[in-house]
Ligand binder design. Structure first.
Ligand SMILES: Nc1ncnc2c1ncn2[C@@H]1O[C@H](COP(=O)(O)OP(=O)(O)OP(=O)(O)O)[C@@H](O)[C@H]1O
Ligand SMILES: [Mg+2]
Length: 257
């Protein structure tokens, strides 16, 4: 799936007509199989961009196109993972993951098979019958990822999905997510405040300016889609690319003051 953001600007209208220019103008093309990571300061419009890609909101100007057609609303082919787990507490983990297939009319046997397959993929096969409150934060985020994957999305949208996790869990989930993505042919747009996370995951790293967010940096780390390992994180190439991203963030913040 090819996604194009073309001349997009977004303004929120508050009470009494007060407008907040949140984003843009932005032009961005995401090719099939790309893992795009976006870093940028708080409030620069990253979640707004994700909501536009998901079809939750419409741009004030410009358009978002998927395979040439204008996005008119949400669709299971573009799945979103939020920072805070939003699982239904009264359903089991399996039932949470089976929700998409259930809405598509899959039989109980089918949807449980799909759910269990995706729970295996994220390492939660043994917790299918548990309730969300019985899981750790990292396990709940894995469940959210399994739930999105169960819809077989072509584009995964992830809004700081690991932001609330401890450093060790976070690094482990980064590796798992990259492994799942690598074998899938899916595209991903992943938002983070962590330069380290961006460089580790991205086949392409974007930096956004302070609000109204525009793209001020768009580069591919030199590791392609090779397996992500602790050695890679410790390599000189990783440090060099991370330094370039940090420098760009620093420069765009300095411009804003
Ligand atoms: N629903 C809304 N109504 C009005 N203003 C909004 C709304 N959502 C976001 N904004 C404003 O738009 C701007 C961009 O917000 P957005 O949530 O996209 O930023 P962000 O880059 O995701 O920030 P963070 O890193 O803190 O999550 C902010 O100034 C915010 O106050
Ligand atoms: Mg946000």
């Amino acid at each position: 799936m090819r996604t194009e953001v073309s001349g997009v600007r977004h303004e929120y209208r508050g009470d009494g007509g007060r407008a907040t220019h949140a984003l843009g103008p932005i032009d961005l093309t995401i090719d099939p199989g790309e893992f795009v990571v976006i870093v940028g300061p708080s409030g620069c419009g990253k979640s707004t961009l994700l909501s536009l890609l998901a079809g939750f909101i419409e741009p004030s100007e410009g358009e978002v196109l998927v395979d040439g057609s204008r996005v008119a609303g949400p669709d299971p082919s573009r799945g979103i993972v939020f920072q805070q787990p939003n699982l239904y507490p009264w359903y089991t983990v399996r039932e949470n993951v089976a929700l998409g297939p259930r809405l598509r009319g899959a039989s109980k046997g089918e949807r449980h098979a799909i759910a269990d397959e995706h729970l295996r993929l994220v390492g939660l096969a043994d917790f299918a019958g548990a309730k969300p409150y019985e899981l750790s934060g990292g396990m709940q985020q894995r469940t959210q990822i399994a739930r999105v994957l169960a819809n077989d999305p072509q584009l995964m949208l992830l809004d700081e999905p690991f932001g609330a996790l401890d450093a060790m869990t976070r690094e482990r989930l980064q590796g798992e997510l990259h492994r799942i993505w690598r074998g899938s042919g899916k595209s991903a747009v992943f938002i983070t405040h962590s330069v380290d996370e961006a460089v580790f995951l991205g086949s392409r790293v974007l930096v956004m300016s302070p609000r109204p967010g525009r793209i001020v940096f768009d580069e591919r780390p030199p590791f392609g889609d090779t397996e992500r390992t602790a050695d890679l994180r410790a390599s000189p190439e990783f440090a060099t690319f991370s330094a370039a991203v940090r420098e760009q963030i620093g420069a765009s913040l300095a411009d804003a003051f």
